[in-house]
Design a protein around this ligand. Structure first.
Ligand code: IPD
Ligand code: CA
Ligand code: CA
Ligand code: CA
Length: 259
């Protein structure tokens, strides 16, 4: 796709996200409807559903032939990454959204033939959009984001998911101990933004494709590595324990996984 077309799509999606932002705060003026999905920790609200519906409609009118993988409507119908595939996480950090109305994100990504093309992460409470891709660079609203310094795990703060840390799977405790400190945010999108901005040396968590699709586009564009925690290429249609980190920290964490 040529750069002018990509810039147009980027501009259009920024506009959709502003509409979604308005929708979120309109919905917050009335009571949220909260339902359990698989457990009391796996929740969905009317806002998650409404935002996804809005974005699906927009994508279908912009690119009628594109496939869409969205968290709240994912029935596993998309079986291949051939052609244009969009990922939607309508509210990332639903628990944060319900409990604190803060630290939650809306995420979108476009891949073509399995190649990352464009990604968007909106920090909804801060009303900031992180967007771009390999051909456009990475931006926070209208400000270009520089490539973060390649610091080691020991020199930086690391974001980890609470579930893996508590059960110490994949050497999460060792990773935490080697770092300058561990932080647990509760929204993958917000954690990825911190890695993108160089505030965190990395982020690791078990995730579904809509949790990491947008971040993979943005982080890889700015030379942050995004792989499975044992250093392998991620399958965009499967859940994985995903590691995003500076090249130096990535090497240290992948080494810990070796028997
Ligand atoms: C979740 C959040 C959370 C992460 C989970 C995700 P959701 O997304 O990003 O921080 O640890 O793996 O599922 O369900 O709130 O969109
Ligand atoms: Ca969810
Ligand atoms: Ca979600
Ligand atoms: Ca999510």
């Amino acid at each position: 796709m040529d750069t002018a077309t990509l810039k147009n799509i980027d501009k259009t999606v920024n506009q959709w996200l502003k509409e979604a932002h308005t929708l979120v705060y309109q919905c917050l003026q009335t009571d949220l409807t909260v339902e359990q999905k698989t457990s009391r920790l796996d929740l969905v609200t009317n806002v998650d559903k409404q935002v996804e519906q809005l974005l699906r409609k927009k994508i279908s009118s912009l690119m009628p032939a594109a496939k869409i993988i969205g968290e709240e409507n994912d029935h596993g119908q998309v079986k291949s990454m051939a052609g244009a595939v969009w990922f939607i996480d309508p509210i990332d950090g639903t628990m944060n959204f319900i409990k604190q109305h803060d630290d939650f994100a809306i995420m979108l990504a476009l891949y073509i033939d399995n190649q990352p093309i464009l990604g968007w992460i909106m920090d909804v409470a801060k009303n900031k959009i992180y967007h771009g891709g390999p051909q456009l660079g990475v931006w926070c609203d209208t400000k270009k984001i520089p490539v973060p310094a390649d610091i080691t795990l020991n020199e930086g703060l690391i974001e980890l998911s609470a579930s893996r840390l508590l059960t110490n799977e994949m050497h999460f405790m060792e990773i935490a101990k080697m770092s300058s400190g561990v932080r647990i945010n509760g929204s993958a999108g917000i954690s990825f933004i911190k890695v993108l901005e160089g505030k965190m040396v990395g982020y690791a968590s078990k995730m579904k494709p809509w949790d990491f699709a947008a971040a993979k586009v943005l982080l890889e564009t700015n030379k942050i590595l995004v792989t499975t925690i044992d250093g392998k290429e991620i399958d965009m249609l499967l859940s994985s324990t995903v590691l995003s980190a500076t090249a130096s920290a990535h090497k240290q964490i992948v080494q810990l996984q070796q028997p």
